[in-house]
Design a protein around this ligand. Structure first.
Ligand code: HEC
Ligand code: HEC
Length: 503
């Protein structure tokens, strides 16, 4: 009897223990945690202050909208009854936490979120825009017949058309239409369907700047651009000229950016591009953005970054506020749960299978990689030392944050993004070289369009014609800096590049 009771007791202890081991209960960090926010951002060069994030109270006052979104099909590919289903299904939640039992469930929810989250502020019911999407005449079609970059959103007011928030920029399509989540959409010169629709919707709804969530006031386009990119603490701020920019001039900047695989985002720059980075491997990187604007201390910071760029953008820099009279921060946000699933998924991203085999040539290239000192900064196995380098001409302040691992050298690339923009911290991080074989644009601004171009000494000449980014109206200029590996023989250069392509 007592023996039985012991068995019974220990079972009753054991069963819940086993059960709770199986059920994955994530410890979800609070996204807009004021303490975590306080030393998250890197101070900006020139004013040496951190951008002011919106307050926790303002963040959590936003209404949660976690609505599911659905793909838009290309002409002739829409399943029977699909449109009718969208009309009747109504708003559905993107994830149901009570149904997520394992880590795998959360990752799958994150995968869906990465594909599904749309720009909450860019939803439109405009029949003309919906008509264009319904026709589905896209040059680019994913393997499953869907059009990248746009989504249907069943809402209480009917079905809206919206735009993919993450996958619109961070999803690469292989030649057969297969998706590689995390790699840049702009790796290849893709023509996104969104290029036709986003400008129309943005203008109608008073938005600008790489799908930025700040709703602008009643001002001309030039003022919108200045508010998105201007740097008022610089006495010689080149962005002042944007105030009178025309639509044609704005387009010319966007075209120039696209040649470097870049899209100008809020607080970024029209004059100094930042290419869309590869998110695969982000888990191991210490800093976020080319200029290390924020620390990546773990999943909470990734969630924070996603919230920041999606619906909590910074508009205040020391005494300067870029928000115009009548302009507004977004009123909606995603739940912390959706952001957690999304960030968990970002941390799990894996590169596509590398088609470049290792052989004698790549072994010779690896030796050169060490001989030329590359491995000092691009340290295996991450192929980055996770440090920041100085932009040309930048002297770090004495009170630089302890969280920054500063390598006091400059590789001498164009200092514009790091010194003359609101993402300008004064630093460029040492990028990882994993995945350079599919990256498609090299340097923070995508000036070089291939590894061959990056390691071609001719790029240092003033009469050189860059194949990647070039400012509007300029055909020749030197691509300066990062002169490592430029003095190799032709054979050595081929070997080094062959090695880099195996990473
Ligand atoms: C309009 C294009 C665009 C969209 C949409 C977009 N991003 Fe980005 N993303 C960028 C660009 C450009 C950068 C680099 C900015 C910089 O370095 O200044 C970036 C940087 C990042 C980084 C930092 C990566 C690194 O290596 O430093 C993360 C993480 C990220 N994005 C995640 C997301 C997620 C998640 C979403 C969806 C909510 C998203 N992005 C939506 C263009 C975009
Ligand atoms: C002193 C540190 C340092 C050394 C040494 C160094 N690099 Fe770099 N590398 C960087 C930094 C910093 C960048 C980013 C510069 C920028 O974008 O402005 C970079 C960028 C790159 C990129 C472009 C990555 C991308 O996605 O844009 C490649 C490829 C690269 N380095 C390869 C090499 C090779 C090969 C060598 C040796 C021949 C080498 N590096 C030596 C610091 C270094």
């Amino acid at each position: 009897m007592s023996g039985l009771r012991i068995v019974f007791c220990s079972l009753s202890v054991l069963i819940p223990a086993l059960y709770s081991q199986q059920v994955y209960r994530p410890n979800i960090p609070k996204v807009w945690d004021e303490k975590a926010l306080s030393d998250w951002a890197t101070p900006l060069a020139g004013i040496n202050v951190r951008p002011t994030h919106i307050s926790g109270a303002a963040y959590y006052a936003k209404a949660v909208d976690d609505s599911r979104t659905y793909p838009v099909y290309a002409r002739g590919r829409e399943p029977q009854g699909y449109w009718k289903m969208l009309q009747t299904v109504g708003p559905k939640p993107m994830l149901e936490t009570q149904k997520l039992r394992s880590r795998a469930d959360w990752l799958e929810a994150g995968r869906r979120a990465f594909n599904e989250v749309d720009h909450l502020h860019l939803r439109t019911f405009d029949p003309a825009v919906i008509e264009i999407a319904r026709k589905g005449e896209s040059e680019m079609i994913a393997k499953d017949g869907t059009i990248p970059g746009i989504r249907w959103v069943p809402t209480a007011k009917g079905v809206a058309l919206s735009f993919s928030a993450c996958s619109g920029c961070h999803m690469m399509y292989l030649p057969d239409g297969k998706e590689v989540a995390g790699a840049s959409f702009f790796t290849k010169p893709n023509l996104p369907f969104t290029a036709r629709l986003i400008p129309v919707v943005q203008t109608q709804l008073h938005y600008v700047a790489g799908a930025a969530p700040i709703q602008m006031g009643e001002e001309p386009l030039g003022m919108w651009l200045y508010r998105a990119y201007g740097v008022p603490w610089k006495s010689d701020d080149e962005n002042a000229r944007l105030k009178t920019a025309t639509v044609a001039e704005y387009r010319a900047y966007l075209v120039a950016h696209s040649r470097g695989g870049a899209v100008p985002r809020w607080n970024g720059s029209l004059l100094y591009p930042a290419k869309v980075p590869d998110l695969i491997g982000i888990k191991d990187l210490k800093y976020i953005d080319h200029t290390a604007t924020h620390l990546n201390r773990g999943i909470g910071d990734l969630m924070r970054y996603v919230a920041l760029v999606s619906f909590a953008e910074t508009t205040q820099f020391g005494p300067h506020d870029m928000l115009a009279e009548g302009a507004q921060h977004p009123k909606m946000r995603r739940s912390d749960e959706v952001l957690y699933a999304l960030a968990l998924y970002l941390q799990s991203l894996e590169p596509p299978a590398n088609p470049n085999p290792k052989n004698e040539e790549t072994a010779a290239g690896e030796k050169l990689f060490r001989r030329e000192g590359c491995a000092g900064c691009h340290v295996p196995p991450l192929y980055t030392n996770n440090k920041v380098t100085l932009a040309l001409g930048f002297e770090p302040p004495k009170d630089a944050p302890a969280g920054l691992d500063i390598l006091r050298v400059s590789v001498g690339t164009d200092p514009g993004l790091a010194l003359k923009t609101r993402k300008g911290t004064g630093y460029y991080k040492v990028p990882s070289l994993k995945g350079v074989w599919y990256r498609g644009h090299y340097f923070h601004d995508g000036s070089a369009a291939s590894l061959e171009e990056m390691f071609d000494p001719a790029r240092l000449r003033e009469d050189y014609q860059p194949k990647g980014y070039n400012p509007p109206g300029q055909s020749t200029r030197a691509i300066r800096g990062h002169e490592f590996g430029l003095k190799l023989t032709d054979i050595e250069r081929t070997q080094l590049i062959a090695f880099l392509r195996t990473l």
